[in-house]
Structures are given as structure tokens and as C-alpha cells.
Design a protein around this ligand. Structure first.
Ligand code: G3P
Ligand code: CA
Length: 235
């Protein structure tokens, strides 16, 4: 807690990964509300499409791990998906939580926190861009490990802020691609984050947000390297 407060006195940006997912079921409104309550600056979430094409907030391609249902998200209509319990698996106190729609989160997050939406498919990317048009007050950051997809999103929306996710130890090459994609930030795996990486990103004009950093010692060492923020399950 001491470290978190110290970081907060600086400009280090605290992203709540899937919401405050160490304390509440990931990617639920409970996790997002808690992230705000404990002082996060932004929330990160993942998006998939239902069978009827609605963007919903869930990490996995299936509902198996985080709900009482079974099967792929894309096999559920929105109505059927909303019947699933997305909280009980985490703790009985959260029974009754449902999988949020992205629109529900957009409505809630306006005027509160910045929103990092991780995109895993081209179809989800298109749906997200379409929906964001109706929420001009939301401060989005769209990220993906699929770098061709980021390029497509840039083509579709010249001004949408992009975050370049990387899980590669060959970060110099990834950084070149991030610059070419017009990303505003580079999101390296925390294990590959180093002072030279941070300096190179800053020289290239990109912010650095490593993921996913829960150990206070590691948070502290990244802070000393000069990262602009980081993703944490317990921000
Ligand atoms: O954005 C960082 C992080 O969310 C990427 O990995 O698997 O948690 O979506 P994952
Ligand atoms: Ca994610």
C-alpha cells in the first residue's frame, strides 16, 4: 500500500487489469467499480462478440472458467449470456454478477476512468469502433497482440488511440512496428521490460505500460525504470 500511494503521488498511471480482478471477479462491473474505489486511473478489459453480434466483456473465448455456463461466447445470444452467473466462481459474495456488455461499461466509465479495450478479433474491433462513436466522452485506448489488426483499426479510425501489446523478448523489432502502427503506447510483458526498453520507447515518443505487475517489489523497480504506468490485478 505504501508503494501504491508513493506511485500515485507521481504520474504513474495505474491500470486495473480486468478491473480490480484480485479482489472481485474479473471483467465484471463489481471489479470495475472496485478499481475506481481503490484509486485506479484506468480499467483494462477484453471484448468478444455474442452470437447476435453484441460486444461483451470477457477474457476467454469460452464462458467455462468465469461463469456457471459452458461453451464459446459466440454460441450465446446476449439474452442467454446474461443469464449466466459471472461472480459465484470467484466468491459467493459476488453471486448474481453478470457478464457486462461493452456498452454498459462505456456508459458507466464516462467521466470516471480511462478505458483500455483489448481486441482479439477483427469483428470485435469493428464493433468496438462503431460503439465508441456514441460515447465521445469516453477516453479509450485500444490494444491488441494482433498487430495486423491494429493496422486495420488505424485505417478505419485515424485518430483512435492505440496500444501495442507485445509478449516478445525481441522488443526492438516490436517497438519499430509499434511506431509504424501509430500507437501512443507500448505494452510489453513485464518480464521483458528493462531500462533500455523504456528509454527507447520514450525516445520514439511512446508511453510504456507493462503488464501484469502485482508484486510490490517489481512495481517499484519498474517505477524506477521510468515506466509511465502498469497493469495490475490489484492496482
Ligand atoms: O493488456 C495486458 C493484458 O491484458 C494482456 O494479456 O491475457 O490478460 O489479456 P491478457
Ligand atoms: Ca487483456
Amino acid at each position: 500500500m505504501t508503494i501504491t500511494r508513493a506511485l500515485h503521488r507521481s504520474d504513474t498511471f495505474l491500470w486495473a487489469h480486468r478491473g480490480a480482478s484480485a479482489l472481485a471477479p474479473e471483467n465484471t462491473m463489481a471489479a470495475f467499480s472496485l478499481a475506481e474505489a481503490i484509486g485506479a486511473d484506468g480499467i483494462e478489459l477484453d471484448v468478444h462478440l455474442t452470437a447476435d453480434g453484441v460486444p461483451v466483456v470477457l477474457h476467454d473465448e469460452t464462458v467455462d472458467r468465469t461463469t456457471d455456463g459452458r461453451g464459446p461466447v459466440s454460441g450465446y445470444t446476449l439474452d442467454a449470456l446474461r443469464q449466466l452467473d459471472a461472480g459465484f466462481w470467484f466468491d459467493g459474495d459476488f453471486a448474481g454478477e453478470s457478464i457486462p456488455t461493452l456498452e454498459e461499461v462505456l456508459f458507466w466509465v464516462e467521466g470516471r476512468l480511462r478505458l483500455n479495450i483489448e481486441i482479439k478479433t477483427a469483428a470485435a474491433g469493428r464493433a468496438v469502433l462503431k460503439l465508441l462513436v456514441d460515447y465521445p466522452q469516453v477516453r479509450p485506448l485500444i490494444s491488441s497482440f494482433d498487430h495486423a489488426l491494429l493496422g486495420d483499426l488505424r485505417q478505419q479510425s485515424p485518430s483512435i488511440p492505440l496500444g501495442f501489446l507485445s509478449d516478445s523478448r525481441f522488443w526492438q523489432r516490436a517497438l519499430q512496428r509499434a511506431v509504424a502502427s501509430g500507437a501512443e503506447s507500448f505494452h510489453p510483458a513485464q518480464r521483458y521490460t528493462s531500462r533500455p526498453l523504456v528509454e527507447a520507447c520514450h525516445q520514439a515518443g511512446l508511453k510504456v505500460y507493462p503488464w501484469t505487475v502485482d508484486a510490490p517489489r517489481r512495481q517499484s523497480s519498474l517505477f524506477r525504470m521510468g515506466v509511465d504506468g502498469f497493469f495490475s490485478n490489484c492496482p
